[in-house]
Write a protein that binds this ligand. Sequence first.
Ligand code: 3PG
Length: 306
Amino acid sequence: MKILVATEKAFALVAINLIREVTDAAGHQLALLEDYKDVSELLTAVADADALIVRSDLVTPQVLEAAKKLKIVVRAGAGYDNLDLPACTAHKVVAMNTPGQNSNAVAELAFEMMLFQARGGFAGKSGSELRGKTLGLHAFGNVGKYMAEIAKGFGMVVFAFDPFVNEDVMKGAGIKACKNTEELYSKCQYISLHMPANDKTKKSIGYELLKKMPKGAVLVNTARKEVIDEEGLLKIFEERSDFRYLSDVEPDCKAVFDEKFKGRFIFTAKKMGAQTEEANINAGVAAARQIADFFKTGNEKFRLNK
Ligand code: 3PG
């Protein structure tokens, strides 16, 4: 079988070498399309692929139409908003993700941004510390759990809200459960977002919630830019000079931030959360193993389009 790794943002070489070990051992052929600039390159490369590994690359009906032999696509990562699941099903393509594999890297990036911001970008002026500050985790999945662990190490007071996670799980992780978003946002100076982007969550973080945050508010977004209601975010920035926004990926309204709010935000130019060798290895190898196992035994454990 031909397994294509198509990544507009390439994996580290060490991860590719380990992915190749898995595909070689299983008797499959590995093809690479890295750092591609135009979707036409993907459409050509995918034409004879039996399996596809992607990151945030869009798997659209057009891609699936071009992939005449495709049987399985694995998103090497957690969020699968880039996969058109109904189109995968229509093309009889099994779609999977690799949950948890890059979560620590994302949590570390959230803290890296928080620390850099708290120390004023290392520019020499007095900053602030994380110890004793409140951190609210909006959603408590794999990344949220790593966040809690790191935050406790820093001596932060950690709260979480997640409608899909039992309070006992949060208590077991040594953090406090909030009953709703209102409670979480009013209690926490730092809020870190960890929900997926879907119809329910898109544009769900807006003015009404953000205005509840206490003085010195810092919103940290290593989830997706789409979960933010950018109009509401700009409104709170206009009203409150204490408000900060740290985001892994620029918002659509970046030009306004550049013009009006210098020093009050950090935006990564390219999504950096999962850009570590370790995360590339974990997610890439997991994807390759899931594909090899699917072809060998039919295992569909991480299937998304059931
Ligand atoms: C994920 O959903 O797994 C992360 O956002 C990582 O995305 P990336 O593979 O595009 O870096």
